[in-house]
Structures are given as C-alpha cells and as structure tokens.
Design a protein around this ligand. Structure first.
Ligand code: ADP
Ligand code: MG
Ligand code: ZN
Length: 487
C-alpha cells in the first residue's frame, strides 16, 4: 500500500481500468473493480480505480485517482458498502463523516455516489501503515503521540454524541512519516441519548427491530470454546443479579457447557420463565434456563476490543466503550503485542481481561453496572508496568521462554507472576510526583525510549482500562492527563 502513489506514476493514464491494472492486481480484484464500475457507472467517469486497499464485513475500499479541473491528479479512497446494508445505516455512517469529519483527526468525506442499492463513499486517500507491521519498531514517543491523537478524535466524536463502537488500529489510520492520523469507519456507530447526529437517533428504532441481514453470530449461543487463549483454564459465568429469593432470574452463559448432563425436558418458550432451578454456579445450563429470554444488548465491534460492559451484555452503553478500546490499543502498543486480546467468545474475552485487571475487581465493577459475574479462580490484578516491560523483553524474566511469539495475544504467566510479586502503585496515583522508571528498575537500554517510560503512561493506561464505565476516564479528561502536558 505504501508504494501506491509511485505506482500510479508508472502507469499510463489511458483511462482503462482493465489495461492499466492487469500486471499489478489479482484477477479477482480486477473483476471486482469491473463489476463495481458496472454497478455505479458514474464512478468510472470520475475515477481510475487502481487497486483494492481494504475489505471488511460490510464494505470494500478501493484506491481511485481523479483528474481535477486544474489538471492535477488526486487520490481518493472509495468505500463501496455492501448492497444489503440498511439505508438508514448507510446514511448514518455518511452523516457521521459529514457532520463530525474532516477535522480533529476524523476522516472527512468528499463525495458520495449511489446507483440503486450501491453506495460508494468517497474520502480523501490517506496513506497509512498497519500497526501490526510497525508495532515492533515504534518508539515510546510515537506511541504517546498516537494515543494523544486517537483521544483527540474520540473527544471530538463524543462531543457530537457519536459512539464509534469499533475503535481499533485498523480504523485509526496512521501515517508514521507525516505524523497524521484519521479515524475512519462509522459503519457500526451509534448515538448517545442526546446525539447531534439525527440519523443515529433513527438507528435506535432500527436496533429494536429484527435485523436479518446484519445480525452478528452470537458466539455465546454457539459451543465454540476451542480457541481459549488464556493459558489457565478460567471459568467465567455471567449471571443476572439475583433478587432476594428469586432464583429464576439466574442465567448461566458459560461457553463451557456440559450438554451430557442436561436432562431433556418437554418445554416451550415462556413456560419456564417463572420456574426456579438449581443450575446456578454449576457447570451446566438446565433446560429451564435455556428457555429463558436472552438479554439483548448491543455487541458490535471486535471481540478483543470490547469493554466489560459489552461483554456482560449491559444494555446501557455509552462513549466509555470507545475509551476502553483506546485503552486496549495503548496496552498493545506499550507491550508491543498485537493483538493483545484475542478471544473466541465474550466470556473468554472477559476471562482474559480478568487475568490483567483482576477477577475480584471485575466482579465488583460488573456489580456496579448490574451484572453478576462468577469466576472459578481468583486472579490478581497485575502491575501494568511490569506486565508491559516483561512482554516487551525489557525486564529480565526468568520465564522469558514462555512468552510465545506465535501467540502474541496471550498473557504470559511468567509476566503475570512477576507482576504479582511487584508492589503495585496506588491505582489513582494521577496526582503524585512520579519518578522516571529508570530510577526504580534496571531495564535493558533502548534507544526508542522503552527503558524510560514515565509512570504517567501506566497511570493513564490504568484509567482508560477502568473496568467500571461510570468511573472510566473520558477522552476529554484523558487529553488533560500529565502524560500529554507538553502537547
Ligand atoms: P470496513 O467497514 O470494511 O472495515 P473501513 O472504513 O474501516 O471499512 O475501511 C477499511 C480499510 O480501508 C481501512 O482499514 C483502511 O485500511 C482503508 N481505508 C479506509 N478509508 C481510507 C482512507 N480514507 N484512506 C486510506 N485508506 C482507507
Ligand atoms: Mg473498518
Ligand atoms: Zn437453570
């Protein structure tokens, strides 16, 4: 992707998509571009579509070149939304870009083409690097700047009452050389109760209606438990808080079900809503519980970046979910591991969060937002500095061998053990005078600044990864954090 601009210079501009791209792109992409031009004929009149630069569940993104009126050439990103997208969903995405975009590190929009059910959003093209490719070579200063700009984009969209819902590096474009940043992809965005984006209000009504096209596979209801990435077998259960004496409201959503022990019962939906059962805190879900109505809550986004309130199906979700995702990105950048969390389902994801943030702390936070979480084993909260430095190889670790390169998403037990042994600073140590890390530890010297990461960085990380959305720092507050005082 980084050579795309040079590539254009090498290509004769005869206007024909087919002939110019033959040697450089695959047949599949070539025919895709061809059918796109057929579906939206106006597109081919304006752009020479050069290559495909992105593909997600709901769209394909192409690089297009346009000859401007003054004879100059400009590059654009053309986002073709899947034709089955709901019209309100498409219009809401576009409205987020037009109302909030084009400033404060949020991508803007230039044009939009539509032909029948095909919609193409045209944005300025921003050359960028994938985090996975550069994470190993980033300096601490680059990471600090990246987080500052990400938080700036979040503050901006949150001011408009936009919850992005899919904050992750792939949706935050970063041009390392130019030090430019752009938040993209409002395809899953939702509005807060007082959002300024009119169409996001309409989405609330849409959300309540059945969504046959988009409904995401609910991993909770599948029995996919194979790819548990946490090394220890931790069992997590999610149950509704129990009103006194009302066992019937308990639900068990663990992925580790013991189907063999479930006795078949003649039942139909609704019959058992008021019955009590005794499968609570056991490793099986009884048929009474299986017949209960599912809790409905938004859970769009990427599992490893989902906040605890999403994972526990809290129906009341706000802009704090984006802040959590920013925290996961920060954790990833500080530890040099990407992706940091990778989970097959929401409960595995919750267990992974517990291995870092502590099980008791998670249970307590969940209780604060009305969810009861059970964990089969007590997991201590880790010292974030020790964890990141160990994963980064900065800290001599006797168990270093166990840090698996093939599984960067798992948290390392050695790191965890060491982190537990180190006295952790007060969690809200924001205002304290902080000593530079080099005075406290003997770290491997690193010219990219990884041996002198200030305590402020881990303090901010701790505040972003606050398990409780109600006390979690906001993007606006985070920008005022001492870590960014000179920016
Ligand atoms: P999706 O909903 O399919 O994830 P995105 O809007 O996130 O769509 O775009 C997918 C990918 O396309 C991005 O991760 C990025 O690599 C690329 N992309 C999107 N917009 C632009 C842009 N304006 N400039 C350059 N690349 C872009
Ligand atoms: Mg995306
Ligand atoms: Zn039961």
């Amino acid at each position: 992707m980084d050579s795309s601009v040079n590539y254009i210079d090498n290509v004769a501009t005869d206007g024909s998509v087919k002939s110019t791209n033959k040697k450089n792109i695959s047949r599949d992409v070539e025919s895709e571009i061809e059918s796109l031009c057929k579906a939206v004929p106006q597109l081919a009149k304006t752009f020479r579509i050069i290559e495909k630069i992105g593909e997600g569940t709901f769209s394909s993104v192409y690089l297009g070149e346009a000859r401007m009126r003054d004879g100059s050439r400009e590059m654009f990103a053309l986002k073709h939304l899947i034709p089955t997208s709901h019209p309100t969903r498409i219009a809401a995405e576009l409205q987020c870009l037009t109302v909030a975009g084009g400033r404060e590190n949020v991508m803007g929009v230039e044009y939009c083409f539509r032909n029948e059910d095909h919609v193409v959003i045209v944005m300025p093209y921003m050359e960028h690097q994938a985090i996975v490719d550069i994470i190993g070579s980033l300096s601490f200063e680059e990471v600090r700047l990246y987080m500052y700009h990400l938080l700036k984009a979040l503050r901006h969209i949150h001011q408009f009452g936009i919850i992005h819902r899919d904050i992750k590096p792939n949706n935050f474009l970063y041009n390392r050389k130019a030090k430019t940043f752009a938040l993209v992809d409002f395809g899953l965005a939702q509005g807060t109760s007082n959002t300024q984006i009119e169409l996001l209000k309409d989405l609330v009504a849409l959300r309540k209606a059945p969504r046959p096209v988009f409904s995401e596979k609910n991993l909770n209801s599948s029995n996919s438990t194979t790819a548990a990435t946490t090394k220890r077998e931790i069992k997590t259960q999610l149950v509704k808080p129990v009103k006194t004496g009302e066992l019937s409201s308990r639900r068990f959503l663990s992925g580790r079900r013991g189907p063999a022990t479930v006795r078949p019962l003649k039942t139909h939906r609704g019959v058992h809503q008021h019955l009590t059962c005794n499968c609570f805190q056991t490793e099986r879900v009884c048929n009474i519980c299986l017949s209960r109505k599912q809790q409905v809550a938004p859970r769009a986004g990427t599992p490893g970046f989902r906040a605890p309130e999403i994972l526990t199906k809290c129906p009341d979700q706000g802009t704090a979910i984006d802040v959590w995702s920013a925290g996961v990105i920060f954790l990833s950048l500080l530890s040099g591991r990407y992706p940091f969390f990778k989970a097959s389902d929401d409960l595995v994801a919750l267990a992974q969060i517990m291995t870092i943030r502590g099980s008791r702390e998670t249970v307590k936070a969940a209780k604060a937002f009305g969810k009861a979480v059970l964990c089969s084993q007590e997991l201590p909260r880790l010292d974030l500095r020790v964890l990141c430095e160990t994963l980064r190889g900065q800290r001599p670790n006797k168990d270093a061998k166990s840090i698996s390169k093939t599984k960067p998403e798992t948290t390392d037990e050695g790191a965890q053990k060491q982190a537990c042994e180190t006295p952790r600073p007060h969690p809200k140590s924001r205002d304290k005078t902080l000593k530079p890390s080099s005075q406290r530890h003997c770290l491997v010297h690193d010219e990219r600044g990884w041996d002198t990461v200030p305590d402020e960085a881990y303090d901010l990380l701790d505040l972003l990864l606050d398990l409780n959305p109600n006390s979690r720092i906001t993007a606006a507050q985070a920008l005022e954090h001492p870590l960014f005082k000179d920016l």
